[in-house]
Design a protein around this ligand. Structure first.
Ligand code: ADP
Length: 171
C-alpha cells in the first residue's frame, strides 16, 4: 500500500483520478470543488447535472475534460456540525466509496496500477477537525490495503500538510 503526501493544487495533477470534495448537489461550490470546475470547464457541470446529486459518504465518477487527470471522483464529505456523531463514519465512507470506484475503473480498463489523489475532504468549509480527518483518511486507506492503487494525499494548506507529514511518518 503506497501512500504519499504532497502540498499542491489538486487540479494540476497528471494522475489517473483526482477526488473532488463536492456538495450533495454536485453542481459546484467553493474551495476545491470550485477550483476543479473552473479548471475542468463547463462540460463537467453539464455531466454533473445528469447525475442527480450524491448522498453524503457516497461517490460518483465523471470525465475530467480540461484537467490533466483522466477521471474525477466526486464525493460528498460530512458537514461536521450538522452530521455530528455520524461524521466519522460518513468521512470513512467517502474514502471507501472513492476507492471502490477507483478499483472498478482500474479493472474495467485493464490497468495494472493506478494513482488516485485525494484532497483533505471536509476540512475546509465543512469544518472537520484536521488532525482527526487526517487519521480517518490514512486509517481507512490502510484498511482497504489495495496494492494496485497508489494514494496521494494532496494538501493545499500548510496546516494539513504538516499534519499529514507527521501522521504518515509513523506508518
Ligand atoms: P469541504 O466542503 O469538504 O470542507 P473545501 O473545498 O472547503 O471542502 O476544503 C477541503 C480541503 O480542500 C481543504 O483542506 C482545502 O484547503 C483544500 N483545497 C482547496 N482548494 C484546493 C485545491 N485547489 N487543491 C487541493 N486542495 C484544495
Amino acid at each position: 500500500m503506497i501512500m504519499r503526501v504532497i502540498k499542491d493544487d489538486i487540479t494540476a495533477l497528471d494522475v489517473d483520478i483526482i477526488v473532488n470534495a463536492a456538495n450533495k448537489s454536485l453542481l459546484g461550490g467553493g474551495g476545491v470543488d470550485g477550483a476543479i470546475h473552473r479548471a475542468s470547464g463547463p462540460k463537467l457541470l453539464e455531466e454533473c447535472r445528469s447525475l442527480n446529486g450524491c448522498n453524503t459518504g457516497e461517490s460518483k465518477m465523471t470525465d475530467a475534460y480540461n484537467l490533466p487527470c483522466k477521471k474525477i471522483i466526486h464525493t460528498v464529505g460530512p458537514i461536521y456540525y450538522y452530521d455530528k456523531e455520524n461524521s466519522k463514519e460518513l468521512l470513512e465512507n467517502c474514502y471507501k466509496s472513492s476507492m471502490s470506484l477507483a478499483e472498478e475503473y482500474r479493472i474495467n480498463n485493464n490497468l495494472e496500477k493506478i494513482t488516485i489523489a485525494f484532497p483533505c475532504i471536509s476540512t475546509g468549509v465543512y469544518a472537520y477537525p484536521k488532525k482527526e480527518a487526517c487519521k480517518i483518511a490514512i486509517n481507512t486507506i490502510k484498511e482497504i490495503n489495495n496494492d494496485n492503487i497508489e494514494v496521494i494525499f494532496v494538501c493545499f494548506d500548510l496546516e494539513n500538510y504538516n499534519i499529514y507529514m507527521e501522521e504518515l511518518k509513523n506508518e
